[in-house]
Design a protein around this ligand. Sequence first.
Ligand code: TRP
Length: 333
Amino acid sequence: MAEKKIILTGDRPTGPLHLGHYVGSLQQRVALQDSCTQYILIADVQALTDNFDNPQKVHENVLQVALDYLAVGIDPHKSTICIQSAIPQIAELAVFYLNLVTVNRLRRNPTVKAEIQLRGFGESLPAGFLVYPVHQAADITIFKASLVPVGEDQYPMIEQTNEIVRSFNRIYKTDVLVEAEPVKAAIPRLPGIDGKAKMSKSLGNAIFLSDSTDELARKVMAMYTDPDHIHVHDPGKVEGNVVFSYLDLFDSNKDEVTALKEHYQRGGLGDVALKKRLIEILEALINPIRARRAEFAQDPSIVMQILHQGTDRAREVAERTMAQVRTAMHLDY
Ligand code: TRP
């Protein structure tokens, strides 16, 4: 039997996961966990790089994110869910990587550049934030992952990782480290309910997997449609209309969606009727996820046990790689 490919994915535990995560990565992880060796990292150390003054928030969301994973069908017998801060080998490896990266190179990383601007760090940019891509390189390589399923905004991280891998292997005359490639999500980015291109907690335009039936309905009812579609009989626009973007993704009856679009463009189809249809479809999707989430939430100690077991397993793998790294670097005292 061929060796299974190794996957490393992860999320910063800064809030519960939303539908954007679901279509962008969670579904894919559930699908890949049978054919690959998958590590899912709850990146609490990375979350602290811009939440260092709010450790309670990060702590609470470790459990929330784990509940979301289990609720969508990540199976702890197939995937290893682990907590970054409890695998100190990752931090150790990152320290060695820091010698192989220039400050200028980090400043040019497009993802970090955009995030620094977004957060308005200016002159008070924390060093830990600037170097988090180096830690991410350690996340990926310590597990010798060859596949990293991420959104396109994370591609510069993989590039930076592979530069480090090549430098390390060349300088220390080894082949311990493995280059990684991104795995593209099958489904494009999900827009926020406000029509902005990206769904995100910080933009306040997200539908969470943990939203109640009422919250879900309220958010769909508030969805951006066509601001010029004022009366039911007015012709409406389909492009940029979030309700149709979602129906395209989530409504399995494609013929009916096509018919609805034609009717909307002609005039005579109201937003409320459309939104009611979308609420039903999303509720059918989220309801079982919500129910499984509630079941696991009843006993957080079981969830913590799953995290501890996964982290123990991951730490053993990480320590094996670190032993090889230390040997390559003549640090095997
Ligand atoms: N940077 C990712 C995010 O912001 C989270 C993350 C941390 C990650 N380490 C990773 C993703 C390693 C993929 C691989 O969502």
